[in-house]
Design a protein around this ligand. Structure first.
Ligand code: BGC
Length: 534
């Protein structure tokens, strides 16, 4: 990274963006729709694996002649069916970053939707394991594209003041996807034919079709065109996104700043072939808070920490866990309730992420989760058999989900969209998303070994592990996560050059890259904004 001289001129950089229009909100809100894929796909499989028609089809068992405890999908097959999707998403997210730089953010997302549809058609038509697994692998690939590039696209087109809230909208859609999946599973499970599981699988195509059509109509990210050196195209789309004429001063200033920042960062990039440029994601010193290496580690570890909070233990294995607690009448219903708590709690983050900031939100969220998790674990080991104690445990599990959904759920996605400089942003976001899926998969694979009665049989004690990991998330945030609230992506880049995570919240924009490299953006060029306009 370049050294980044601190500019003394107090440029009025606060005014670099146009007022936020309704159109801008709607565009971003639409892009958030991609979260539905992510959530639905993670959510539908657990219900489907328990459906009698699915077990008959894939295990060749007859429900009338098989003892209930043996009428299940074998562990090895279950693990393959669940985890193959994460394998696909992992590689999809890794590749998507490059595609987004070559062909555009929008085109990559649309391709992701098409690949996903092919995967879903194969899964719906499948009558044997091979095709089902292939279908999930291909669909996973598509989800990898969508999950990585939607965050990138939204972060790049959203106005800075509402960027956090808007990317949180993506998380909101993930939670809706999860909830919809459990409702659809619940609704079709008793159908007398294979529609019981084929309908929940096939329905996903609808989300892909809606997203692909919508994105076809939305503009490309101006930052993509700047990266390609097509400034006039960038101006055109920026004007559309900001609802301003192409020759407006707002557009001119914002464009110059994006361009200047790109030129500034490109100077430090190694010039060379494909692998050399990939290596630039890992360039610089581990001890320097703004090196590319540090940013890549920050993004990937933040997503790892998000998975370490253990939230998917509830969403993937909640039903089994609630059953183990005993005295619970309808564990399926309880699982559905947890997905509803997840949905209802997320909107709190729309406000809090902009008002409190990313760092405090992640800190408070980690603290809240630690407290709830240790309470659940302690009740579990001291009074686990008592119905009142079980109710208290369930209440604290719901409060824990509230803390996750309103803090770490959206926060991790918001921060990874903001911390990378433009030349490595798409790969950085892709790598971070891949890390989310990798840890998602690792946790999904190892958790049953920790909690199943015939294995580790930890029961509620598993919450000591999640509580311990959330404590790590708290300490991690305190030392490593910078505050990025209210800054343009270019200002975030400068802030990371000039501060450490703990001093970042106090940083104020004080100069522009455009002024620094003489591309305009001097104070005199700032557009006049009336009180009413803002
Ligand atoms: C996580 C998922 C999780 C979901 C729950 C997302 O942010 O990445 O793994 O299932 O939140 O709402």
């Amino acid at each position: 990274m370049p050294g980044g001289a601190v500019l003394s001129r107090p440029a009025d950089v606060e005014r670099v963006e146009a007022p936020v229009t309704m159109k801008a909100y709607l565009m971003c809100a639409f892009a958030a729709f991609g979260g539905i894929f992510f959530g639905y796909d993670s959510g539908y499989i657990s219900g489907v694996l328990g459906m009698p028609h699915f077990i008959e089809q894939y295990e060749g068992l007859d429900r009338h002649n098989t003892p209930p405890d043996q009428f299940v999908v074998a562990s090895s097959r279950k693990s393959l069916i669940v985890s193959i999707l994460s394998a696909g998403t992992f590689f999809g997210a890794l590749i998507a970053g490059d595609l987004a730089d070559w062909f555009g953010r929008r085109t990559t997302i649309i391709c992701g939707c098409l690949i996903f549809i092919v995967g879903v058609v194969l899964q719906t038509a499948a009558n044997a394991l091979g095709l089902l697994v292939a279908g999930r692998l291909i669909a996973g690939f598509g989800i990898g594209f969508v999950s990585a590039i939607i965050v990138l696209y939204m972060s790049e087109i959203a106005p800075r003041k509402v960027r956090g809230a808007i990317v949180s909208g993506y998380q909101f859609c993930i939670t809706i996807g999860l909830m919809l999946a459990s409702c659809v599973d619940y609704g079709t499970q008793n159908r007398p034919d294979t529609g019981a599981y084929r309908i929940p699988i096939a329905l996903q195509m609808l989300w892909a079709v809606i997203l692909a059509i919508g994105l076809f109509l939305l503009p490309e990210s101006p930052r993509f065109y700047i990266r390609k050196g097509q400034k006039e195209k960038a101006r055109e789309v920026l004007a559309r996104i900001r609802g301003q004429p192409a020759d407006s001063e707002f557009v001119e200033l914002e464009l110059n700043e994006i361009d200047a920042n790109n030129q500034y960062e490109m100077q430090a990039m190694p010039q060379g072939g494909y692998f050399t440029t990939w290596l630039s994601c890992f360039q610089g010193s581990l001890w320097h808070p703004n090196s590319n290496l540090r940013r890549t580690i920050l993004g990937t570890s933040l997503q790892m920490m998000q998975q370490w909070t253990g939230v998917n233990f509830i969403f993937y294995f909640g039903t089994t866990f609630f059953k183990q607690l005993g005295t619970i009448q309808d564990p399926f219903l309880l699982s559905m309730i947890t997905t509803i708590v997840n949905v209802l709690s997320t909107p709190f983050s729309f406000y809090a992420i902009e008002k409190l900031g990313r760092r405090p939100l992640l800190l408070w969220g980690a603290l809240g989760m630690v407290i709830c998790q240790f309470i659940v674990a302690i009740i579990g080991v001291t009074d686990g058999g008592n119905p009142k104690a079980i109710s208290a445990m369930i209440a604290f599990i719901c409060i824990y989900i509230f803390f996750f959904a309103s803090t770490w759920g959206p926060g991790a996605w918001v921060v990874i969209g903001e911390i990378y400089p433009l030349p490595i942003r798409s790969r950085g976001v892709g790598l971070s998303t891949a890390s989310n899926w990798l840890w998602n998969c690792i946790i999904a694979v190892i958790t049953p070994y920790m909690v199943d009665t015939d294995k580790g049989n930890l029961g509620a004690k598993v919450f000591f592990i999640w509580g311990g990991l959330c404590t790590c998330a708290f300490v991690y945030t305190y030392f490593l996560v910078p505050e990025t609230k209210g800054l343009t992506l270019e200002q975030v880049d400068k802030m990371m050059e000039e501060t450490t995570p703990r001093t970042s919240a106090k940083w104020k924009p004080h100069g522009t890259f455009a002024a620094e490299i003489g591309l305009g953006g001097e104070k005199d060029n700032q557009p006049t904004v009336t009180q009413q306009e803002v």
